[in-house]
Ligand binder design. Structure first.
Ligand code: NAD
Length: 443
């Protein structure tokens, strides 16, 4: 099948590549000419495990193309994915300008029947807006006879395992009541739907809400665990024992109940805010989601508070080794990353940061440029040298079993602030470290 994907970010590029890999002929359109040029030269602008090989192989086979030529993109197929960004507007609601601009482009160039697929995360009612925009442009062109359907097909991939998630999706949500569209969508996704039927067909509004409900549920789990960890810390309990104690209940489960330094990334923060805003627009006070958001904002400041307290507010001139900059492991994405909140607080207090991340160094440089109080180090060990403490912000695999003797040797004093509970507090104490965790007790 011929497929067109608008947007070559984390979602569009991965989706385009996995669809090409099963044999569809995919054209990816982006307005960012530099990105398209890099892709055409075989350079992958983001880090995502497995993506580089997949893109290169399918590009070489001629099944995956990149272009800025929207007209050619629209003409290429009768299935148009919208996978562009929906960043938060000033008031927290999802900004639909990119989505509607793609809708306009499709309407301006379509010559035959089209299925327009909303893959971007968009508020309930967006498919209606896309429909209205397309109809308006077709009317202007005097081409009202051209048929089209707008289907909601939200994406549930996780950054860091996006390729695997798209190749083996847990579910394929199709939001439309049009039987012809359902048939085409089933054909498109058939290669990913062999083991058992993962397709769930529903009305378009329910599909749109499902995506927000999923992300808000996950964000709620994180904020809940962070709240309990804060309580554990103050009550002399150990959150790790509590986590295992509650995870053993199958109604709760072990997934996604790790406390930490708050959620970041391009999805949870903006999606929770957007649903709060959607609720506000219909005079519904989303009290639970507001609390989830507030706990998260608070949680992002807890590492700094511990550092501040340990050094009795004397942070001027101190140096901190920071391990982990990306908002989670296996990605270079720094959007809303807790590391940014921490670094900015440390800098405001006059401290220096020596940072290391396996993938996000380039992105950190792009965001913060060159500054005297930030050194980007080539290895995690290099960041330690003459630092006053080690601070762990992201739980990369390579931080899990470090050389503790070396850490002690390199730091000015053996102090570790661990925002991800990577180590055993008792063992750290026996090794001679002053060790701060999130809600753990030394036994
Ligand atoms: P992104 O910012 O990484 O990429 C968006 C791309 O769209 C950019 O390359 C941009 O240049 C391009 N673009 C903007 N306007 C365009 C236009 N008119 N025509 C063609 N291209 C255009 O975004 P992303 O992380 O891939 O997210 C895309 C959508 O998917 C968002 O709604 C997001 O909430 C949702 N989503 C993201 C994830 C994730 O983990 N990143 C997961 C599920 C859903």
């Amino acid at each position: 099948m011929n497929v067109t994907v608008f947007g070559t970010g984390y979602v569009g590029l991965v989706q385009g590549a996995i669809l090409a890999d099963v044999g569809h002929h995919v054209v990816c359109v982006d307005v960012d000419a530099k990105k398209v040029e890099r892709l055409n030269q075989g350079e992958i602008p983001i880090y995502e495990p497995g993506l580089e090989t997949l893109v290169r192989e399918n590009y070489a086979a001629g099944r995956l193309e990149f272009t800025t030529d929207a007209e050619a993109g629209v003409k290429h197929s009768q299935v148009q994915f919208i996978a562009v960004g929906t960043p938060p507007d000033e008031d927290g609601s999802a900004d639909l300008k990119y989505v509607l601009s793609v809708a306009q482009t499709i309407a301006e160039h379509m010559q035959s029947e089209q299925i327009i697929i909303d893959k971007s995360t968009v508020p309930v009612g967006t498919a209606d807006k896309v429909k209205a925009k397309v109809a308006e442009i077709l009317a202007k062109r005097g081409r009202e006879e051209l048929k089209f359907d707008v289907v909601s097909n939200p994406e549930f991939l996780k950054e860091g395992s996006a390729v695997a998630d798209c190749q083996r999706p847990d579910r394929i949500i199709i939001g439309t009541e049009n039987n012809d569209t359902i048939e085409v969508m089933r054909e498109l996704y058939a290669p990913f739907n062999r083991n058992h039927d993962k397709v769930i067909v529903m009305d378009v509004r329910s599909a749109e809400l499902t995506k927000y409900a999923a992300n808000c549920m996950l964000a709620t789990k994180i904020s809940f665990m962070n709240e309990i960890a804060n309580l554990a810390e103050r009550l002399g309990a150990d959150i790790e024992m509590v986590r295992q104690g509650i995870g053993s209940d199958p109604r709760i489960g072990y997934h996604f109940i790790y406390p930490g330094v708050g959620y970041g990334g391009s999805c949870f923060p903006k999606d929770v805010q957007a649903l709060i805003r959607t609720a506000g627009n219909i005079d519904f006070d989303a009290t639970l989601l507001k609390a989830v958001e507030a706990r998260n904002q608070e949680q992002k400041t807890t590492l700094f508070a511990k550092i501040h307290q340990h050094f009795e507010g004397q942070l001027e001139g101190k140096t901190f080794a920071l391990w982990g900059l990306s908002f989670k492991p296996n990605t270079d994405d720094m959007r809303e990353a807790p590391s940014r909140v921490l670094m900015e607080a440390l800098w405001s207090a006059g401290a220096q940061v020596k940072a290391y991340d396996p993938e996000a160094m380039e992105e950190t440089q792009r965001i913060y440029g060159t500054r005297d109080d930030l050194s980007l180090c080539g290895t995690k060990e290099a960041a330690l040298k003459e630092a006053d403490a080690l601070v762990i912000v992201t739980e990369w695999q390579s931080f899990r079993a470090p050389d503790f003797d070396l850490i002690k040797q390199q730091l000015n004093k053996p102090v570790v602030f661990d925002g991800r509970n990577l180590y055993e507090p008792g063992r750290m104490q026996r090794k001679g470290f002053t060790y701060y965790s999130v809600g753990r007790r030394v036994v």
